[in-house]
Design a protein around this ligand. Structure first.
Ligand code: 2HA
Ligand code: ZN
Length: 271
């Protein structure tokens, strides 16, 4: 059996959490990540017949039975993941009943997965139903995106248009636009269901006055999606109070879509 500290998936999630912490996206215990792993890859590092303990997930995820995820721990700080992964992360497998997590590794101080696990698992189900390559769901609290939710209309078309017009890369990176939820209580099945519903159409969902969810095929792609939204939101926050002399027009957006062959939300443009 190989040493799990050498596992690429472990190194990737450690570096993602450290980067997110340094960018200020994950204060204290803010944020959470779930990353679906390949069973054969995990079997190189762990005995898959050895379940440390079982933990109820609080809802049934039949579509994910047998799937294995590495998930950040509840109450744990992204700041600390890299220096003590086995305490701050866990590897879980969804048991045959669909509602229990079998702990295969980690949470070694007796802890458990993030309180947002329902939102994560439901989002995985939604994304997998439209994209069989999806592996990652990532949640965090980036400053400018969060600030923008205080002063911008929280309506999907309006918000997406504003972000697309902040910088050229926006429509190229998230042509599917941003899903938006109103303020809701976090850590519940209700916000999980609402997020997952939005995830059927968008890889990005903003929670008003809370943060953002992203989904993608690997950690880099998902990180990059959130990073691009945050950069566009930063442009907005740096300039919203100033007279605008130049802006990206709807015609410019169409030209970008043509050049990059984008499958974009045409109904979000006024042409
Ligand atoms: O895990 O970010 O949404 C802490 C949070 C809850
Ligand atoms: Zn949060």
């Amino acid at each position: 059996m190989k040493n799990i500290s050498d596992a690429p998936f472990l190194k990737e999630i450690c570096s993602a959490t450290s980067n997110m912490y340094r960018l200020g996206w994950d204060e204290r215990n803010g944020g959470n990540i779930s990353y679906m792993l390949n069973e054969n890859e995990v079997a190189e590092y762990l005995d898959l017949d050895k379940v440390i303990r079982t933990i109820p997930t609080g809802f049934e995820a039949k579509e994910l039975i047998g799937r294995i995820f590495i998930v950040t721990g509840t109450g744990k700080y992204f700041k600390n993941v890299e220096k003590d992964p086995e305490n701050n992360l866990g590897i879980i497998r969804i048991a045959k009943d669909g509602a229990t997590a079998e702990l295969l590794w980690g949470y070694n101080d007796g802890g458990q997965f993030t309180s947002e696990l329902p939102a994560h698992l439901m989002s995985h189900i939604s994304r997998l139903s439209v994209d069989s390559e999806n592996r990652v769901v990532m949640h965090c609290h980036p400053d400018y995106t969060l600030a923008m939710t205080q002063i911008h209309e929280m309506e999907e078309r309006a918000l997406t248009r504003t972000l697309w017009k902040q910088m050229t890369e926006s429509i190229v990176v998230f042509p599917d636009g941003i899903g938006v939820l109103p303020w809701m209580v976090c850590g519940t099945n209700e916000i999980g269901k609402a997020t997952a519903e939005k995830m059927k159409k968008h890889r990005l969902v903003i929670w008003t006055l809370h943060g953002i969810y992203g989904a993608g095929k690997d950690l880099d792609e998902t990180f990059g999606l959130i990073e691009t939204v945050e950069k566009a939101a930063k442009q907005y926050m740096l300039t919203a109070h100033l007279p605008k002399l130049n802006t990206i027009t709807d015609e410019n957006l169409v030209a970008l879509a043509k050049r990059f062959n984008l499958d974009y939300r045409k109904d979000y443009l006024d042409i």
